[in-house]
Design a protein. Structure first.
Length: 737
């Protein structure tokens, strides 16, 4: 049933798109254009009334492009009553937009008699005055027909009132007709507005001109003045001049007795004028009013310009194409179980890796890549790494690694290198190697280059999602919220969907990618660690290092992190300040790592009075990290930007229970009360867990042993074998497709 509905929607979308195109062609080639329409209508009225002293005409106000009331109800009545002509007292359009004028013109063409429009506030809105002048004529004018003179004023103020007053004075002085009718969209006399909501004093002709005009009108014996602008019928007489307000030909009418749908009938016999209201015993439901508004919105798209029209048709076609994919494209949401990586060719693979940072730059991504490279080489695979050059790397030979010179360094301390991806030898190097698979480790720059080359050589591209880009907004020269909330996620989604498969270190990372819309196959594979190196450190070397650092007998906390904002080290220092103030246990923190935030962090350590408690060790050679871990009783961490806390696993391998802040990349490997504790981002909770483990020796020993067991499951060899299986699966899937 659902597929049938979608099919109908697909064909409906195509039909709508075709209808829109045809309608646009019709409007351009067949719809009559119009200009100076009042000149034509005045001539018709003059011809109809020539030599006559008896005639009838109708006056309407606030038509407001009404289809349900004016076009379908009032026009048939006017035609049936055979009025000699019709006058709009103002607000015939719902706004001065081009589409509203054209719609009104088509509606008025249904009248079987001439018509004239008074220039009102709605005609003037949205630069509508220019359109009124082009399509109908001047804002104020007068002419004689039969035994009467009809005069139209511009009550909006678009035409200067002083000039209008002089013109009207001359017009009335020259008039010889016994009957004088004047039309002004804004009333010239105040009206009882009881029961009308939202209508202030602005409905009136502007002061002080109003007083001057009414005096002139009444002194010259004008028979009747017709106005609109209020949704009611009102008639009052001042000095033999009848002032009539009629606003019931469309628009918003309250249908509450005074405010009702109506028009005004004017009968002229010699010099006698009879004005009567013609109420309509009808109403218009809000539903039909909204339907009219929707139609005029759609209709307006055809007149504002070709750009809007193209956007409309494109939108409909986009919906149609989306429905086509939903209907006709076969989808299988399950993995292809016909592909068995174990049964595939087991000959060595040629694998090219692209990364934006690599050793000797110290970080989780470079270390992870290096361990994977070594593991794959140990398994007999051919591996090439394309990475930026750093100081000293260009001079020394590195087998299997192509160092790309940098275009420019990035970061506060120029720690990141932007490799020159335009270097011709990069492409020659990859071409000569002829990889069977490309593995990229970033969704931009060299990662993007790897994706392009994968397409060029028609080999699968694997992407490892290492980094939560939204936490690195401070490195990007864009507004932080824009990058953090939109660009970072869109970049990862688009890039991952263009790759043949994605490797993530944790199920939390997989869930994130699915939430943002990644459809490519995703494999959860934690990064391996060198378990043996951390689990069996030289005890003599450890004691020598302890003495060298002068640690004494105080419990040692270890943390390993790049010194940068996204690592949340300020939170950790605040927590240690709280621990120090409690005074229940002594401690020393060794913070291993280097980075741009070092001056700021050292200043904070001094300001918090932790200089004798916290030591910024700086960068440590990878072979010495296990010794430092063996110095500690506990590993502490506060970063929330990890996709996998690899340093946490290494600390566990060294026999350290951990206290961390709950976050993605950490939640999967830290099991509460088993190998450590994970807390909310709250200083008191984080501090309390550290204190508990430092004071409870049996608990700490038990968690340390269990932490080492967790780490043992993440050896480098196992990691390389698992990734190799993913490679073979991606190659087989690519070949099958």
């Amino acid at each position: 049933m659902a597929n049938r509905i979608i099919r109908w929607l697909f064909w409906l979308s195509l039909s709508v798109a075709a209808a829109l195109v045809l309608y646009k062609l019709y409007l351009n080639f067949f719809e009559q254009d119009f200009a100076g329409e009042h000149a034509v209508q005045v001539e018709r009225i003059e011809a109809v009334l020539e030599g006559r002293t008896r005639f009838r005409f109708a006056v309407l106000g606030n038509i407001s492009n009404s289809v349900g009331i004016f076009e379908r109800k009032i026009i048939p009545l006017l035609n049936e009553e055979k009025y000699d002509f019709v006058v709009s007292a103002g607000n015939a359009v719902s706004s001065g937009a081009e589409d509203k004028y054209r719609a009104l013109y088509r509606t008025l063409s249904r009248l079987e008699m001439p018509y004239l429009l008074t220039f009102g506030p709605l005609e003037q809105s949205r630069i509508g005055g220019f359109r009124f002048y082009e399509h109908f004529g001047p804002y104020l004018f007068g002419f004689a027909a039969g035994n009467s003179r009809l005069i139209f004023l511009d009550s909006t103020g678009t035409t200067d009132f002083a000039w209008q007053f002089r013109w009207l004075e001359e017009e009335l002085a020259a008039a010889r007709e016994p009957n004088l009718f004047l039309f002004s969209a804004h009333p010239l006399q105040p009206v009882d507005r009881t029961g009308l909501f939202g209508f202030g004093g602005e409905y009136l002709f502007e002061e002080p001109a109003r007083t001057d005009f009414t005096r002139l009108i009444e002194q010259n014996g004008v028979d009747a003045v017709f106005s609109a602008d209020l949704p009611l019928f009102d008639r009052q007489t001042h000095a033999a001049t009848t002032y009539t307000v009629t606003g019931g030909a469309g628009g918003l009418v309250l249908n509450n007795g005074r405010s009702r749908y109506h028009y005004v009938s004017v009968e002229v016999e010699e010099d006698r004028v009879t004005i009567s209201e013609k109420p309509l015993a009808i109403g218009q439901s809000p539903f039909w009013r909204r339907l009219e508004s929707l139609w005029f919105f759609i209709h307006s798209l055809f007149y504002v310009g070709y750009l809007n029209f193209i956007l409309l048709v494109s939108s409909v076609l986009a919906v149609a194409l989306w429905l086509h994919r939903r209907i006709f494209v076969e989808r299988d949401y399950y993995p292809d179980f016909d592909i068995d990586p174990d049964a595939l060719d087991t000959s060595p693979l040629r694998i090219a890796m692209f990364t934006n940072n690599y050793l000797p730059f110290i970080g989780g991504v470079p270390i992870s890549i290096e361990r994977l490279r070594r593991g794959l080489l140990s398994a007999g695979q051919a591996v090439r790494v394309i990475a930026p050059a750093y100081s000293g790397t260009a001079e020394r030979a590195e087998e299997g690694i192509l160092r790309i010179p940098s275009l420019l360094p990035l970061g506060r301390h120029r720690e990141f290198r932007l490799a020159n991806i335009f270097l011709p030898r990069l492409y020659r190097y990859v071409h000569d190697f002829a990889p069977q698979l490309i593995h990229v480790h970033h969704p931009f720059w060299l990662g993007r280059t790897g994706l392009i080359l994968g397409r060029r050589f028609k080999v699968p591209v694997i992407y490892t999602y290492h980094t939560r880009l939204e936490h690195y907004a401070h490195y990007v020269p864009l507004p932080g919220p824009l990058f953090r909330n939109l660009i970072s996620h869109a970049l990862i989604k688009r890039f991952a969907n263009r790759c043949d498969a994605v490797i993530v270190p944790t199920t939390a990372a997989e869930e994130y990618l699915r939430i943002i819309g990644v459809k490519s196959p995703i494999f959860v594979q934690p990064t391996g660690i060198e378990y043996e190196r951390f689990a069996h450190a030289d005890s003599e070397a450890v004691e020598k290092l302890r003495a060298q650092l002068g640690l004494g007998n105080a419990p040692v906390l270890i943390s390993i992190s790049r010194l940068s904002r996204e690592k949340n080290i300020d939170f950790m220092l605040d927590g240690l300040k709280l621990l120090h103030e409690r005074g229940n246990t002594p401690f020393r923190l060794l913070l291993i790592g280097e980075g741009s935030e070092r001056p700021h962090l050292q200043a904070r350590i001094d300001a918090l009075g932790l200089s004798d408690r916290v030591t910024l060790v700086g960068a440590v050679a990878p072979e010495l990290v296990p010794l430092y871990c063996r110095l500690g009783e506990l590993f502490v961490f506060a970063s929330r930007s990890e996709t996998q806390g690899m340093v946490i696993l290494e600390a566990m391998a060294a026999g350290l229970p951990v206290v961390v802040v709950r976050a993605s990349g950490i939640d999967d490997i830290v099991h509460q009360g088993h190998n450590g504790y994970k807390t909310p981002l709250q200083l008191s909770d984080w501090c309390r867990r550290i204190e508990t483990l430092l004071l409870d020796e049996p608990l700490r020993q038990r968690l340390a042993k269990q932490a080492q067991g967790t780490a043992a499951e993440h050896g480098t060899d196992r990691f390389a074998r698992a990734v190799l299986q993913i490679y073979r699966y991606a190659i087989a899937l690519k070949n099958k497709r």
